[in-house]
Write a new protein. Structure first.
Length: 149
């Protein structure tokens, strides 16, 4: 017994869309890796840093300005690491080396580490919320208050 779910059209459309997207991505990568323009390489790294900071910052939903802070931290740490690799002559400043190592490895791992740290921070904050509220209700002072001497 054959049922007609009408999936053939969706599968054909999805296959065609995937094909077009892969072709476009291939041409884009070809352009990027053939580029000798240092501004293009730096612009791609900046875009990757912003995207990584945004994605990692989503883990700290309730923390004010966390996406900005995480983006800055990822940018600074990645720039220092990549600068050391370039200054020491480990890699050349070409798109074939800088983008996979700087963007893929360094920025990617910084994003994952920042996300894990923010998850852990959120968990610790929620685990200790009752303890902090109990201390405050018993007359305790917030730890960040100024002490007058």
């Amino acid at each position: 017994m054959r049922e007609n779910w009408g999936l053939e059209r969706d599968i054909l459309y999805s296959t065609g869309r995937a094909f077009v997207q892969l072709i476009a991505a291939g041409y884009l990568l070809q352009y990027v890796f053939d580029s000798r323009n240092q501004a293009v390489i730096i612009l791609i790294l900046v875009a990757m840093t912003i995207i990584a900071g945004y994605n990692a910052g989503k883990r700290g939903k309730h923390l004010p300005h966390i996406k900005l802070y995480v983006t800055a931290i990822i940018g600074i740490s990645s720039a220092v690491t990549l600068a050391l690799l370039l200054i020491l002559g480990v890699i050349d400043f070409s798109a074939r080396f800088v983008i996979p190592i700087g963007g893929g490895m360094i920025i990617g791992n910084s994003m994952i580490s920042s996300g894990i740290a923010l998850n852990r921070l959120q968990q610790e904050m929620s685990d200790r919320q009752a303890q902090v509220l109990a201390a405050l209700s018993l007359g305790g002072h917030p730890p960040n208050r100024r002490r007058h001497r």
